[in-house]
Write a protein that binds this ligand. Sequence first.
Ligand SMILES: Nc1ncnc2c1ncn2[C@@H]1O[C@H](COP(=O)(O)OP(=O)(O)O)[C@@H](O)[C@H]1O
Ligand SMILES: [Mg+2]
Length: 326
Amino acid sequence: MSLPVILTRDLTRVYQSRKGFFFQDAVRTEALRGVNLEVSSGEVYGLLGPNGAGKTTLTKILATLLLPTSGTARVLGLDVSTESRAIRSRIGLVLGGERGLYNRVSGRENLRYFADLYGVPVARRARRIDEVLELVGMTSAADRRVEEYSRGMKQRIHLARGLLHEPELLFLDEPTIGLDPKSAREIRKLIRTLASQGVTIFLTTHYMFEAEELCHRISVLTRGRIVAEDTVDGLRRLVGGDRTIEVEGYGFDEKELSLLRALPGVSRIVEEDFGPRERLTLRVRTPETTEGDIRASLPLQRDLRIRERTTTLEDIYLDLVEEEAT
Ligand SMILES: Nc1ncnc2c1ncn2[C@@H]1O[C@H](COP(=O)(O)OP(=O)(O)O)[C@@H](O)[C@H]1O
Ligand SMILES: [Mg+2]
């Protein structure tokens, strides 16, 4: 096998900041707590996690915008702490909800400016700009001013910018955040096109479906730690039986919960309140436990609503994220 494109060992990052005005407390945030991961060439690798998990911190370290506190990270075989210049010329980075385009000039003029910044040879510049505009579907709007663009169009120009210098590896930090569903879908389509052209992609998202649609392998980051890493199918196998049963009623007590836990194959119960009602989500591995068994365990409940569905990757993700939080 070829050298991994990204390799981290026990990577940590601590932020020190101050809180309060009169009494300044030093606040220490461990944004990354020992991250080990490996990404191969040509892979679309998804880093999935809720807000505050550390996704942006990890992306910025790998893209050499931020130094690790301890541990090591190698990108394209180079060390992020000591060889950042060499890394930067070979990677692209697009942060979600990014600003930083010049609104008063056209998309094409913006790209010309960034091409010079990235050292794209002048002889090649015009042609490369045409290529990336075509790739992101912005050829016809290229000469309009950026201020007339929708958010989705701006994000496409950001992607085009990230591709100008033909990076081997592209970092996309929540590339669809803040976009309407149609534009987000267009961006995902674009990411698939790039992947099919052999660009290695490191993508962060807090949407399971996005990772599922785009990524070969996914890792789940919560509070600075990777709690699972696998292919989409591998993650699916994590839950075994695959049945999810939702039970809704007016509040459940401990006795009722323990009766439900004792039913065959019930591996997990998540409780959730909404108004006077409470929903229990049961992960069930065996076919034996039926709706009737559940009703029989809850004889005092009135207006019970029971619904069975297939366990989704979103469920598994929420399980993983919640397990870590409790
Ligand atoms: N510049 C900073 N100073 C202090 N704390 C920070 C800073 N940037 C991020 N954090 C904290 O580090 C944690 C991880 O943040 P971040 O990497 O942005 O997560 P994500 O991108 O997954 O939402 C959060 O608790 C966040 O509040
Ligand atoms: Mg982030």
